[in-house]
Design a protein around this ligand. Structure first.
Ligand code: A3D
Length: 309
């Protein structure tokens, strides 16, 4: 039975654990710094599994020795964005948390694949890559499925077509500079432009970009149901060696002339983690926006000191 650890037993961590359990992907360790929280959440989740006949064990822990043998470690530990904060405001505090968590992963789960969820996402994924010292294919960031999910939701509402027939792609930063790609969005076999004019498409792109802030404005805290679902899709792609193409924050190694920075690109996810990074053809405008987005991530990374890790 595979073992999946979720570090951080808050909203996203517990949602991810539930979604992973619902898919019976393996046993789960929920870890947090708060005494009692992961143990209580684990009991609750185990009872959900009992009701649903899911033969999965969930263990709550404050001790990193319990993550030994993990195949995948999902990192949701950190502070969340408050209504008046940008994702970059979180940078310095969450970087310290991710450094600490990454050291524990390096020590206790040295063979695991790591999926970072903590914001600012691309920067935190890079911090985890640097501090664990793992090969880049084993350290990735979750976010693209969330942004594309929101985009597909808006397209479905306009066109009245099943989610199953709508494919989209996002690249760049998980943040205000994300670059949605209508040019790589398909409804059935046709490009989106066949069904939607430029103005409506631009509205949907803009609404997608603002969706995270809109959820925080409405309910007072950030999304967790959708992130939990998306994390489980990535865990499943890895554990079942699915070779699924998923927008994933990954180390750039020369794609579009960029390197030594994490940003979202379509990636093939399988048993090795990120097995291939794809480079969709971009228009000059999309390329400019992607480079600007990468610059924002790079500037944020440059505010951190990663030498003494
Ligand atoms: P929350 O419900 O506050 O849970 C965070 C948990 O992390 C809390 O239980 C903390 O006790 C725990 N924690 C803090 N420091 C440590 C530590 N050093 N070691 C272990 N656990 C620790 O937040 P949340 O679950 O809503 O969000 C968690 C993170 O995910 C935040 O940074 C969010 O911004 C981010 N997030 C990212 C996305 C993406 O799509 C990338 C979506 C939603 C949330």
């Amino acid at each position: 039975m595979p073992l999946i650890t979720v570090v951080g037993s808050g909203r996203v961590g517990t949602s991810a654990a539930l979604q992973i359990a619902l898919r019976e992907l393996g046993d789960i360790v929920l870890l947090d710094v708060i005494q009692g929280l992961p143990q209580g959440e684990a009991l609750d989740l185990n009872h959900a599994c009992a009701i649903l006949d899911l033969d999965v064990d969930v263990k709550g822990s404050n001790d990193y020795r319990d993550i030994q043998g993990s195949d995948v470690v999902v990192v949701t530990a950190g502070l969340t964005r408050k209504p008046d904060m940008t994702r970059l405001d979180l940078l310095l505090k969450n970087a310290e948390i991710i450094k600490e968590v990454s050291r524990h992963i390096r020590e206790n789960a040295p063979k695991s694949k790591v999926i970072v969820v903590t914001n600012p996402l691309d920067v935190m994924a890079y911090v985890a890559y640097r501090v664990t010292g793992f090969e880049s294919r084993r350290v990735m960031g979750f976010s693209g499925l969330l942004d594309v999910g929101r985009y597909r939701y808006l397209i479905r509402n306009r066109l009245g077509v099943s989610y199953k027939s709508i494919r989209g792609m996002v690249i760049g930063e998980h943040g205000d500079s994300m670059v949605l790609l209508p040019s790589h969005t398909y409804v059935g076999t046709e490009p989106l432009s066949k069904y939607m004019d430029e103005k409506s498409t631009a509205e949907i792109v803009e609404a997608t970009r603002k969706m995270g802030a809109e959820i925080i404005r409405l309910k007072g805290w950030s999304a967790h149901h959708a992130p939990g679902a998306g994390v489980a899709v990535m865990v499943e792609a890895i554990l079942k060696d699915q070779k699924s193409i998923i927008p994933t924050s990954t180390l750039l190694t020369g794609q579009y002339g960029e390197k030594d920075v994490y940003a979202v690109l379509p990636c093939v996810l399988g048993a090795e983690g990120v097995e291939k990074v794809l480079e969709p053809s971009l228009s000059p405008d999309e390329l400019t926006k992607f480079r600007e987005s990468v610059k924002i991530i790079r500037n944020a990374v440059n505010q951190l000191s990663l030498d003494k890790t």
